[in-house]
Design a protein around this ligand. Structure first.
Ligand SMILES: Cc1cc2nc3c(=O)[nH]c(=O)nc-3n(C[C@H](O)[C@H](O)[C@H](O)COP(=O)(O)OP(=O)(O)OC[C@H]3O[C@@H](n4cnc5c(N)ncnc54)[C@H](O)[C@@H]3O)c2cc1C
Length: 264
């Protein structure tokens, strides 16, 4: 028996620049079978490449052509440089790509009385599809952190509460979630975005909010490798200056912390 994951050949039939940072692609995928899970994602392999990148199936309709299959809509974030980014910024219509077997992770517990969805630009497609498929059944709040020029007012279905947070490029979602008021009673918290932010959120949900792991799903969708490392600060001169000024050890270490903070 083959253990190879199912793959599909897909035709790119349309491309739309939704915002400067978001490109919508429509793919016809013969034979595609959805998981039915609203945050389902596929691996996308673009022509001339063998590595895949993951994209959420924002919406899906059965193909209009002959035979079985589906028409998938993917919303691709285009950022400074990237394998799929550069391809999507070109003219992909008419090209054939490979799609890997879909997978999904959204699984609210049966006692969930509300949904809270938080994410950055890469999470918009999943939050939109979750809102369409579950927003009618459960009170749903969405918090979306996007650059101001990528706010799409009608991106989400009516009837869900949406808060748009502007960003200058650096995500502050960890801070945002720490200060959010969660609704009363059991619910389901779903979140996706930059990996370091997601690690911080998981700790917060476990340690401070004490949410059971069945009641949240937090996924790192991409990794920022551009974070600046703080410059090393030499403690020697700070120590000598502190001693000369008659400061206590605590005061000197506080000066050292402040000097390090100033380099970030
Ligand atoms: C389950 C899942 C679902 C996802 N769904 C979507 C989706 O629907 N839409 C979507 O756009 N993305 C989605 N992503 C994220 C996407 O897979 C990554 O952002 C991917 O790295 C983009 O590939 P690329 O070829 O453009 O850049 P890469 O070649 O992978 O990376 C090149 C450089 O760009 C940086 N980079 C990567 N992504 C970003 C970003 N978003 N913003 C700024 N810098 C970045 C990297 O750190 C790297 O330095 C999803 C990820 C997962 C795991």
């Amino acid at each position: 028996m083959s253990t190879r994951a199912q793959q599909y050949a897909a035709d790119v039939v349309a491309r739309e620049q939704v915002t400067p940072h978001l490109v919508r692609l429509v793919l016809d995928v013969p034979g595609f079978v959805s998981t039915g899970i609203p945050d389902e994602w596929v691996g996308l392999v673009v022509p001339g490449q063998f590595q895949s990148r993951y994209y959420t199936v924002r919406s899906i309709v059965p193909s209009t052509g002959s035979g079985q299959g589906a028409r998938l809509v993917l919303d691709v974030v285009v950022h400074e440089v990237g394998l799929v980014t550069e391809w999507a910024l070109g003219d992909p219509v008419g090209q054939q790509v490979t799609i890997t077997e879909p997978k999904g992770s959204f699984l609210p517990p049966v006692d969930a009385g509300w949904l809270l969805l938080v994410g950055d630009l890469t999470a918009l497609p999943a939050m939109a599809r979750i809102a369409v498929e579950h927003g009618g059944a459960l009170p749903t709040r969405i918090v979306a952190e996007v650059p101001t020029d990528s706010r799409v007012e009608d991106y989400f279905t009516d009837g869900v509460e949406v808060t748009w947070l502007p960003t200058d490029g650096e995500s502050r979602l960890a801070e945002v979630v720490e200060s959010l008021d969660f609704p009363e009673g059991p619910g389901y918290f779903w979140m996706a975005g930059e990996s370091a932010q997601m690690r911080a959120i998981r700790k917060h949900l476990m340690r401070e909010r004490k949410l059971p792991s069945t009641h949240y799903d937090v996924m790192g969708y991409w990794r920022s490798v551009a974070q600046r490392q703080p410059r090393a600060v030499d403690p020697g001169p700070i120590w000598r200056a502190g001693k000369a000024a008659g400061k206590s050890d605590e005061e000197i270490w506080a000066d050292y912390d402040a000097a390090q903070e100033a380099t970030r």
